[in-house]
Design a protein around this ligand. Structure first.
Ligand code: FES
Length: 571
């Protein structure tokens, strides 16, 4: 017995309203039979020339269409706002929630029975997953795939990771400007997203680990024909999912989210996945907390040897076996009975997954680093938590006491970081304020602040850095992020002054500001929040309603889904 489809409320009636719905769609040349009650599949496309990582998505959408038609569905492609990491200011994260609203309302307002999400560049993945989760239709995500390996003067270079290295080398005087500019054309040389294990690759892996993508989704390069094959097959499959009523909430369960956290640890994934998974869980009503990241993921060994934690890139990862090989290696650490979009469990999908290169995908017995996940810190400097990625940090700095060098905002940092008179030494702790959700606004990726030039020239390669910002998934260093509450919301971070002693102990999960409580109270009475960047429009809505990092940086009014009921008609 087939289920009643949402789309029949639009295309089924033989009255005036049905006429209007069918007739205007027919101006695209659709024949009568596509309105005969078959599943209507929305292809949610984040294609944009301004989002280079997703610039090939119209080709992927065409392959999805083929699959949908083949399986007896009716594909309809629709655009949503796209978020291009390299170009957007002040930060794409400011717009993640806006896109999620665009996705949610577009799905709910239209005659859709199932959805394919085309995701790629960093924020496009969580934004589309959040919006679709709120509607809870049968949903399948397809990642656009990573770029081919960067190649520069005979060696592999990784997007993002090597930009930071090259930039520091230029500032230290060990790389010429000519070489630096030559590297530009060598780094990003094909379609696709960043090919390091940055946020895009991490979120593509999360899509696969959650069971929301087809097996192999995470790693097939964008330029590899097998990415198109996957899109074609996904188009076929989503039609079946509608017939099986296999909704997103049956896939993205607590078990699936726990699997994703563990996979992020095993791949040495991006710190940004924390806020995104917390927000996705919130939309589905699954109780997931910041502490779950430490409890479930921190002790997972990192077994994927990819930049920024290791040396290879996503193309190598695919040839080595990709995420299925990782999930197989994780064995009982993973809930193997979690259901995935192809109708099989994640255990069934990965039972025979081969590994072709043990230097790229290690074993649990001989990992790249003993811990790959994220440590959640607590202390008076971050009462609601902060995170650090131990595998990207310097072991000798994981326990450190140092004197704070404070920057009040990002402009202050840029103005003074290279000042030869800056009172800083290798053991100092760099503190950056007002870069959190409300403060920037949008919680920009500036937490891996540059080291002072004069220390770089002395050969210093890492320092403890603390902020309420995020950092790019392609970045590295002993960097404490997502300090909550943030400075602009009156967190203790706002009260730190030059010369204060800060103590970090990752093993003990502690981050303390060593200043007496009565002095902190005195400082708080003198504190006032920074002026907001604007008091109108979307930015105003954002600052008024955004939650802190430990709650996923979603809007307070978007937590909890509302399904996809069919609203009253407009005619
Ligand atoms: Fe788009 Fe890195 S800039 S994924």
């Amino acid at each position: 017995m087939s289920l009643p489809l949402r789309s029949t409320r639009w295309f089924g009636p033989k009255d005036k309203v049905g006429f209007i719905h069918r007739s205007w769609m027919k101006n695209q040349g659709h024949p009568d039979h596509v309105f005969d009650g078959r599943p209507v599949i929305g292809i949610c496309n984040t294609w944009s020339d301004l989002t280079p990582c997703n610039a090939h998505f119209r080709i992927i959408a065409e392959r999805v269409r083929r699959g949908v038609y083949e399986a007896g569905g009716f594909p309809v492609e629709f655009p949503v706002m796209s978020l291009g990491e390299p170009l957007m200011r002040p930060t794409t994260m400011l717009f993640r929630n806006l896109v999620s609203m665009d996705v949610e309302e577009t799905i709910r307002a239209n005659p859709l029975d199932g959805v394919i999400l085309l995701v790629g560049c960093d924020k496009t993945t969580p934004a589309l997953l959040m919006g679709a989760a709120s509607c809870d239709l049968p949903t399948l995500a397809i990642s656009g795939g990573p770029m081919l390996n960067g190649r520069f003067r005979g060696r592999h270079i990784g997007s993002g990771t090597d930009v930071y290295k090259f930039s520091d080398e230029v500032r230290a005087g060990t790389m010429s400007e000519e070489e630096f500019l030559e590297a530009e054309s060598c780094m990003n040389r094909s379609t696709g997203h960043c090919m390091t294990m940055g946020t895009a690759s991490t979120m593509a892996s999360v899509v696969e680990a959650l069971g929301l993508g087809m097996p192999g989704n995470a790693a097939i390069p964008a330029a590899d024909a097998r990415r198109m094959k996957l899109a074609h097959e996904a188009g076929r499959r989503v039609v079946e999912m509608v017939r099986e009523d296999l909704r997103m909430s049956r896939i993205v369960t607590r078990k699936a989210l726990e699997n994703a956290i563990r996979v992020v640890g095993a791949i040495g994934g991006s710190t940004n996945s924390v806020v995104h998974l917390l927000a996705i869980a919130g939309r589905l009503g699954v109780d997931l907390s910041l502490q779950d990241w430490d409890r479930l993921g921190c002790d997972i060994p990192c077994i994927v040897n990819l930049m920024p934690s290791g040396r290879y890139l996503m193309e190598d990862f695919y040839y080595a076996g990709g995420l299925p090989a990782v999930i197989r290696e994780l064995g009982g650490v993973i809930h193997r009975d979690a259901l995935t979009v192809n109708g099989k469990t994640i255990g069934e999908n990965t039972a025979d997954a081969p590994c072709h290169d043990r230097d790229v995908i290690r074993t649990l017995a001989a990992p790249l680093t003993p811990t790959g996940g994220l440590a959640v810190l607590k202390g008076n400097l971050c009462p609601d938590g902060a995170i650090i990625k131990p595998s990207a940090a310097s072991p000798e700095l994981m326990r450190h006491r140092g004197r704070a060098v404070v920057f009040e905002n990002i402009e202050d940092l840029h103005d003074r970081i290279d000042d030869p008179d800056l009172d800083v030494e290798a053991g100092s702790v760099l503190v950056l304020k007002n870069c959190g959700p409300k403060g920037y606004p949008g919680m920009a990726e500036v937490g891996n602040m540059p080291l002072p030039s004069k220390l770089l020239q002395q050969g210093v390669t890492d320092m403890v850095r603390i902020s309420d910002a995020r950092m790019s998934g392609t970045a590295f260093g002993t960097v404490v992020l997502h300090t909550a509450p943030e400075a602009a919301a009156g967190g203790t971070l706002a009260l730190v002054q030059d010369g204060d002693i800060i103590e970090l102990d990752v093993g003990e999960r502690r981050l303390e500001l060593d200043v007496p409580e009565d002095e902190l109270i005195r400082r708080r009475t003198r504190w006032s929040p920074p002026e907001p960047a604007t008091d109108r429009g979307y930015c105003r809505l954002y600052v008024d309603h955004v939650l802190q990092a430990d709650r996923g940086v979603d809007f307070d009014f978007l937590v909890g889904g509302s399904g996809a009921p069919v609203a009253r008609d407009s005619h």
